[in-house]
Design a binder for this molecule. Structure first.
Ligand code: PHE
Length: 515
């Protein structure tokens, strides 16, 4: 077939990007964030944020990487020599996420093992997320750190070894592997959705998922214990960024590997829609199971489980138990979840180590081992009994503050300093579908204004009442901000340090060999 040549180059890029985008963000994070922020209303906000901000930013990151022929730090340095630190800040935010992302991968790997004996409990409505993982998290006493969980450590070790092994020979095989890691989970997901929505009482969950309470989208001060509109929108936009892997420098690095004929506009749409579809379709399974649980317990869907990072580890076993051959489906499902996670995790490691190689002249092996080693050590606190509590806090601070700040900075730097119209012409030169001035308006005005507005509200609210149903204690807030500060300082340090290569190897190239 004539398309064969293309397959090896352009399609590999699309598939690798889809692989990076689709991951735990879709099947683990999306459901619990959606559940927590009101179901239907969140879904509307999510769709709007995807179209107005997510997909345009994906185009921006691809084109920035392509234009500067560099991963994030080198790309921003290409815009202005003093902006390298900003590129490191983006990668650093993603790196912190990677440290706990590997922790969730460890849950998946542990659940894979439990699948063989259904040891998460197999009576309907009876699941022991906490007991199974040995979590001793007591929200009232977060300083009781709990014991170190060795099975979780084993899982994290497997995850990191797997990540490093996957990129050991570069990402060349990613394009092939991804068919398996993306299409396989899709087939299984369909089985899960069918089972989830046919569980008794599922309709209650689905109506929570699909019926928006419109007023949530604009009520800023809804009263004590309720979610304000600014928080909902911030949750939606940061979930879009997290899920698309936008704002971590990953898509900048992937864009830099693109060949000249790759259509940026079309591919951004394909990736954006594929990613969102995976999350939304997966949501049917999870909310069906939540409805079932609510039905069994005779309570409201909104009250059935504590919303948080543990949610999906309760709902998926619920569905699995209801399937014929549950052990088989359990093993398949958690294998697939791990496979989805792996290409997301290694895209970030790859983005980080590419930058380290380009600046400091590290070998491929040394760069990857350094990143993985530091990531493993920094992820150890999440393996304590109280780990999931700290994970939730770090996730919140990185996604509610770090990520929006990175995106805001990117919009200001590219939109105003480099100029959006210049970047748009560059995008249009290499795209069949063209984008118009509406794109500039979004990058220069709408996205920054939206983020500034939401952030200002959120910071104001956080100063009044800390995060979480129970309210964060001051030491936890300090911990969250300290993490952000750490990323910032690390980024500045990395940019100030003199590297042996200083990105000299990759000058902006106008033509590129066909891979
Ligand atoms: N996009 C990935 C997902 O949805 C998450 C991710 C974020 C991966 C940041 C790498 C870096 O699972």
């Amino acid at each position: 077939m004539a398309a064969r040549d293309v397959w090896g180059s352009r399609t590999a890029f699309v598939l690798a990007s889809i692989g990076s985008a689709i991951g735990l963000g879709n099947l683990w994070r999306f459901p619990y964030v959606c559940y927590k922020y009101g179901g239907g209303a969140f879904l509307i906000a999510y769709a709007i944020c995807l179209l107005v901000a997510g997909i345009p930013l994906l185009m921006l990151e691809f084109s920035l990487g392509k234009k500067m022929s560099n991963a994030s730090p080198g790309a921003f340095r290409g815009v202005h020599k003093n902006l390298e630190w900003f590129g490191w800040f983006a990668v650093g935010t993603g790196f912190i996420i990677c440290t706990y992302y590997s922790g969730i991968m460890s849950y998946c790997i542990n659940y894979f093992c439990y699948s063989f004996g259904l040891s998460w409990g197999n009576t309907p409505g009876e699941f022991f997320f906490d007991e199974v993982l040995g979590i001793t998290n007591n929200p009232q006493k977060p300083w009781e750190l709990g014991a170190f969980k060795w099975p979780l450590f084993a899982g994290v070790l497997v995850a990191w070894i797997w990540i490093v092994a996957s990129i050991w020979k570069g990402t060349k095989t990613v394009g092939k592997v991804v068919w398996f890691t993306v299409l396989g989970p899709w087939l299984l997901l369909i089985v899960f959705v069918v089972r989830g929505v046919t569980l008794e009482g599922a309709s209650q969950g689905l109506s929570y998922y699909l019926t928006p309470d419109w007023s949530m989208l604009w009520t800023i001060n809804p009263g004590a214990g309720q979610i304000g509109a600014h928080e909902l929108w911030l949750a939606a936009i940061s979930q879009v960024f997290f899920s698309l892997t936008v704002g971590f420098g990953v898509m900048i690095a992937y864009g830099s590997f693109m060949d000249d004929r790759t259509c940026i506009v079309k591919n951004a749409w394909i990736i954006g829609i594929a990613d969102a579809m995976t999350a939304v379709v997966g949501g049917f399974a999870v909310f069906g199971a939540l409805g079932h649980k609510a039905f069994l317990e005779g309570v409201d869907v909104a009250q059935v489980v504590e919303s948080g990072p543990g949610l999906t580890f309760v709902t998926y076993p619920e569905i699995i138990n209801g399937l014929p051959l549950p052990e088989l489906f359990g093993v398949l499902f958690f294998t697939m979840l791990s496979l989805l996670a792996i290409d997301s995790a290694f895209s970030l490691v790859e983005a980080m180590s590419a930058a380290i190689k380009d600046k400091f002249g590290f070998t491929h092996a040394r760069a990857n081992l350094t990143v993985a080693g530091v990531g493993l050590v920094m992820g150890l606190p999440y393996l304590l009994g109280s780990g999931i509590h700290w994970l939730d806090i770090v996730d919140h601070f990185m996604n509610f503050f770090g990520l929006p700040l990175v995106v805001l900075g990117t919009c200001l730097i590219v939109g105003w300093y480099y100029r959006a119209s210049r970047m748009r012409h560059f995008i249009n030169e290499r795209s069949e579908g063209k984008i118009g001035i509406w794109w500039d308006i979004r990058i220069q005005l709408i996205i920054p204004a939206f983020i500034i507005f939401m952030l200002a509200f959120e910071i104001h609210e956080r100063l009044k009442a800390p995060y979480g149903d129970f309210g964060l204690r001051s030491q936890e807030v300090v911990f969250g901000w300290a993490m952000l500060l750490l990323v910032l300082l690390g980024a500045v340090a990395l940019s100030v340090l003199k590297g042996s290569k200083e990105f000299q190897q990759r000058q902006p190239a106008s033509s590129e060999e066909d891979a």
